[in-house]
Design a protein around this ligand. Structure first.
Ligand code: GTR
Length: 331
């Protein structure tokens, strides 16, 4: 812990030195150069990373290179939860993460990641692009984050080392989840043993049998090679968990309102691009996994899965329950 704090404090120092250097340069006639680091857990060609790069390109173009966003893929700056902490206190400027681990810092996000919440993808996008999405993004400022864009992440299902055809098959299995209380509850509600673990550790945990399975979407199942060590994919589609780009509020507050606006708009404008990249890669990943000969288990009737997850709704805070009702009413 001490080491993490020391490391984080030194990062903060380096970041603020870089910041003052930028300011010093900028205080002469030349416009102030700003370089912002964006942390991404996926590899350089993954759809979220491509979205981040499009965001960076738009910012650079719209400021004639005065503001540069450097994208650090492949968890170079750390695993999601640690990155989120550093964004919160300004040592890392921005990140693209799943809302699951971010909900530990901003529990209002749980309302957007409840199991079997959205009727389909269009429903989710109506919510995220509409009033509810905007309201929730705004509230993130109270936790030290500025929400910039929502990205697509398809739907999540279970993959395992042994076949799972019914809920009963999951009983007692050790299932890796993101570092999210809601996801722990979801997996426990199915009778499995929830094992929260950073994304980067899942492959070897599956390989060595430390865990029996995990859950994710087609692109992550494929891009991480988890499909090689957990050959059964049970398509129960329990959640749609949006991805988000957040900036550190501390960092954004140092920028002029005009620059903040350019950044917000560019991130928002990268969404359509990310979604199209997502759709293409989702198909590619599914085709590749099927061609590899993995066993894909379709669930004909999702009702028992939905019923098993009802207690999670009852445990939600009253404020989140009200948001869930509003989400359901969105047509
Ligand atoms: C992926 C998501 C990542 C990470 C990962 C995980 O779908 O894109 O940001 O949260 O899941 O399960 O840790």
């Amino acid at each position: 812990m001490k080491r993490i704090i020391l490391f984080s404090v030194s990062l903060l120092l380096v970041a603020s030195m870089a910041w003052s250097a930028g300011r010093a340069e900028g205080s002469a006639a030349a416009p102030q150069q700003v370089v912002l680091r964006l942390a991404e857990t996926h590899g350089p060609d993954y759809p979220t990373t491509l979205g981040n790069k499009e965001f960076a390109r738009l910012v650079e173009e719209r400021t004639n290179g005065r503001i540069r966003i450097e994208v650090y893929p492949s968890a170079q700056l750390g695993e999601e939860r640690a990155v989120i902490e550093q964004v919160q206190f300004g040592a890392i400027d921005m990140t693209r993460v799943s809302i699951s681990p971010l909900a530990a810092f901003a529990p209002q996000l749980d309302a957007l990641q409840m199991p079997f919440l959205y009727r389909d993808k269009d429903h989710m996008w109506k919510v995220l692009r509409g009033e509810i999405g905007a309201e929730i993004m705004e509230t993130l400022e109270g936790s030290g984050f500025v929400g910039l864009a929502w990205y697509d992440s398809g739907s999540r299902s279970f993959y395992t080392r042994r076949p799972v055809r019914t809920i009963a098959d999951l009983r007692g299995m050790r299932i890796r989840v993101q570092e999210s209380e809601l996801m722990v509850g979801l997996v426990q509600g199915l009778g499995a043993v929830a094992t929260p673990m950073p994304f980067g550790e899942v492959y070897s945990a599956l390989q060595t049998g430390v865990i029996d399975g995990a859950e994710n979407n087609w692109p992550s199942y494929y891009a991480t090679s988890h499909f090689e060590v957990a050959p059964y994919f049970t398509l129960n589609h329990h959640t749609r968990v949006p991805e988000i780009i957040v900036a550190s509020k501390i960092v954004m507050d140092r920028l002029s309102p005009a620059d903040q606006e350019i950044i917000r708009q560019a991130a928002w404008d990268s969404m359509d691009y990310q979604i199209s990249q997502w759709e293409a890669f989702e198909q590619e990943a599914e085709a590749a996994v099927r061609a590899n000969g993995n066993t894909i288990i379709e669930i004909a009737d999702n009702t028992p899965w939905q019923q098993a997850m009802q207690p999670l709704y009852a445990r939600l805070s009253p404020a989140n329950q009200r948001v869930v009702e509003r989400i359901r009413a969105v047509r």
